[in-house]
Design a protein around this ligand. Sequence first.
Ligand code: FAD
Length: 460
Amino acid sequence: MEILRSWGLQDEVERAGMPREDVLAVGVGTSLSADDYLRKAAAIAEDAAQSPTYTYLCSQDVLEVIMRRVAASAADVRFGATMTDLRIEPGGVAATIVADGAATLVRARYLVAADGSRGTVRRRLGIAVEGPPPLGHMVSIMFDADLGFLPPGRRAALSFVRSTPGGAIEAVDNRRRWIMQTGYDPAKGGSAGDFTEEYCLAAVRSAIGIPDHPVDIVGVMPWLQQAVVAAEFARDPVYLAGDAAHVATPQGGFGMNCGIQDAHNLAWKLAAVLRGEAGPRLLDTYAEERRPIAVRTVDESLVNAMITAQMMAGRLSMNEAIEQQAGRRGSEGLVLGFHYDSAAVVPDGTPAPAPADPYRTYVPTARPGHRAPHVWVSPGVSTLDLLGPAFTLLTAPGSGWAGVPGVRVVEVDSAEWAEVYDVGEQGAVLVRPDGHVGWRTRSADHAELEKALDVILSRS
Ligand SMILES: Cc1cc2nc3c(=O)[nH]c(=O)nc-3n(C[C@H](O)[C@H](O)[C@H](O)COP(=O)(O)OP(=O)(O)OC[C@H]3O[C@@H](n4cnc5c(N)ncnc54)[C@H](O)[C@@H]3O)c2cc1C
């Protein structure tokens, strides 16, 4: 959401998504209408105090239409086009793109393989994935149903139901559209072909808890539950991003977020190298920075999936299940607290915060490598709104910093900023185009700034 905010999309995504108070709730029960249904919701006031935005749930088909408009304003976006062949050549790639039955050969210096978990580029390069074998053969059943008869206290983004077959009910708009996540076991003779309309209707009605409730099945999609990370994220000139590079379990809602952050990390580096502003070594830092974050994110999604598996197997009581699910909902430590150690970061010798619970607890810090922390600098304006699209130097008013080519100097007049960023009256924080701190100093030394930029941009 912070990245979408930087693209000016926050309001539109908020409107397209679910009401915030509904997003904060999870439930468990034998069915949605069973007496044993328990719901737990976090208080809005506790949600994401350390960000100018919040966790939202917005259906992916709606979100992608919004994002497509922004992409199309900057690039040639083509639908119905398939890359059918790829050759690595000296100095780049040659790809065959087929659209409307016609093949076109496209040559490029770099290729970003964002072709998802079933894409072919990673396999073509012979890059393996690391992680456990597939965790389950899952099926998403999208359906429309009026669940207005449920008491308001049962509105939840996600409800786990131990019906037949059990699974999770996800709210799409929390009014009419829902998705049931369930699955089958091939070892017991199950297959995706079992999910006929009749079977899906029975599964959904059992989850609702009313045998003849009116339900329209909108779509059925089989998918493989996995927790894997590619052994390599890059083999020049090809860079893997999104599910092509890592597949998290859906539990926690991390997969697409992690993929968007890959793109955010890679895009400015590609641009800087192609413009001749950075050395090609900068591109190596993509894998150095993103792969450890992907491993950690996928591991945490696996922990979440194990809780769900235990719950569905009946090894947790309803009370234990709701406590554990609600307890893992807040993941600010994971999603805001991660940091990069790479050649594109100049360390300042300070240690990274080490909270007791690095999954839940985010400790704001402007230490190099970390996401520049959010602080309100004036009503409705966050430090994050001051950043980009190139490098930004944040400093106190009157500190004496002047701009250098490629760096915008922004003076921040805020006591809270001074405390959180911790650079004194003369110091400054150099924030990279992806919002991560690249360098921090407590003295106004322009020569050091030039040197830091040379290091970050791999300029010899
Ligand atoms: C049930 C479920 C719930 C989820 N919930 C969440 C959530 O709440 N939050 C979250 O962050 N993530 C969630 N995820 C994960 C999220 O859906 C994925 O991480 C995300 O869609 C990955 O995006 P991607 O662009 O990398 O890959 P994809 O969405 O798979 O897109 C890849 C695209 O590449 C195209 N493609 C492939 N090969 C070619 C080719 N040769 N030529 C042309 N095009 C090609 C494909 O057609 C596809 O359109 C969930 C996933 C599942 C299964």
